[in-house]
Each structure stands twice: as C-alpha cells, then as structure tokens.
Design a protein around this ligand. Structure first.
Ligand code: ZN
Length: 131
C-alpha cells in the first residue's frame, strides 16, 4: 500500500498553501513589472525583481491543453481513473497544472471555461466546467 504524495510547503510556497486551505487561490504579482507569476517563486521570472506580492486570483480560466490519465500512478489513485490533468490558463495570464473534475473526461475541451474549486484533505485547487 503506497501513500499519496502531497506538496510540501516551503518558505516561498507557504502562503499559497495556507490560502488553498481557506478556499482562496493566490498568485504572485511583481511590484516592479506588474506581471503575475505562477508557480510561486522568490524572484520574478520576467524582470528578476525580488519584490513579489501575493494577490487573490479571480479563480477563472480556460483549459489550454489536457490529458486523460487511465493508468493510476499508484494504488491511491486506482478508484479515480480515468481523470483529467490539464493546463489551465488563468485570467491573470499564468498557467497552472491541475485536474478538471465534475465532468466526464470526454466532455473536457481546449478553451473550455473553468472555475477553481478546492477539494481533498489536504485541499488542492482543481477546476470545474463553468460554461
Ligand atoms: Zn517583474
């Protein structure tokens, strides 16, 4: 029996995971260049400024691309396959890898509008069809 692996918060990501636990999705925004940043980083990937602040994301996005997982990566996923792993383009202009839930895998389409949801223990951000 294997145990499912979850993200381990560190100094850079702690605020993100604390917010997820409260059903809030945060992304970083650079005070120097104004661009949003995801995944969480210590330095802006656009201008190398270290002045990144946390802002609440709208929680809306569109499916950029996706795949359907049919083979469970370990036994803890065996009752969940098939499921969708997708790249979600958030309104803030950043891209997040996550799951699309609440619909059949064959209903997921590129460009489909989705809204964030928070599920599991510990909570993780997932996305649901909002069309
Ligand atoms: Zn920047």
């Amino acid at each position: 029996m294997s145990e499912r692996a979850y993200p381990l918060p560190d100094a850079v990501t702690q605020a993100f995971w604390d917010a997820i636990g409260e059903d809030r999705l945060l992304v970083q925004r650079c005070r120097a260049c104004g661009r949003h940043v995801f995944y969480p980083r210590a330095v802006c990937p656009h201008c190398t400024s270290g002045e990144l602040e946390w802002v609440q994301a709208a929680g809306r996005g569109r499916v950029h691309s996706f795949t359907v997982v049919h083979r469970a990566p370990d036994l803890t996923y065996k009752d969940e396959v098939p499921y969708v792993v997708a790249l979600i383009d958030l309104e803030e202009g950043v891209r997040m890898m996550s799951r699309v839930v609440g619909c059949r895998p064959d209903e997921v389409r590129c460009e489909m509008a989705v809204r964030v949801s928070f599920e599991g223990d510990p909570k993780l951000p997932v996305w649901r069809n909002s069309e």
